[in-house]
Design a protein around this ligand. Structure first.
Ligand code: DGP
Length: 112
């Protein structure tokens, strides 16, 4: 399977790592949209939030349990936004579930 985030999770492609455990990896986005922009990915290949099932939802639970630690380690002290683009209309470009943790400044209320 040719998935760039699987390769990052396996360490085949390097990343600027913030956090790692058995279930997930967090690393800085290569193209940050905010002063601090971290991606959190499951170590299992799940295509998007639309493919979360009873069999793989533990990865999502574990990610959300880790997010407070990831946010602190990334320096997201003033709060942050969590975004997961899902499918074509949301412009999901990497087909491996990921959560954007975005902050480091006051973000606009509207997404546009
Ligand atoms: P999305 O559009 O929601 O699928 O976001 C994908 C994000 O992944 C985008 O903000 C750029 C980031 N990205 C893509 N390839 C790489 C990579 O090789 N390394 C890192 N660190 N980020 C990547």
């Amino acid at each position: 399977m040719d998935c760039i985030f699987c390769k990052i999770a396996e360490g085949v492609i390097p990343s600027n790592k913030v956090y790692e455990d058995e279930y997930c990896l967090a690393f800085h986005d290569i193209n940050p949209q905010t002063p601090i922009h971290v991606l959190v990915i499951p170590k299992a290949h799940i295509v998007s939030a639309d493919e979360v099932t009873v069999e793989n939802s533990a990865f999502v639970t574990k990610i959300f349990e880790a997010i407070p630690t990831i946010a602190k380690q990334a320096g997201l002290v003033g709060g942050y936004r969590i975004i997961s683009n899902c499918g074509e209309d949301a412009c999901q470009s990497v087909k491996h579930l990921h959560f954007h943790l975005m902050g480091g400044k006051k973000l606009p209320e509207q997404m546009g």
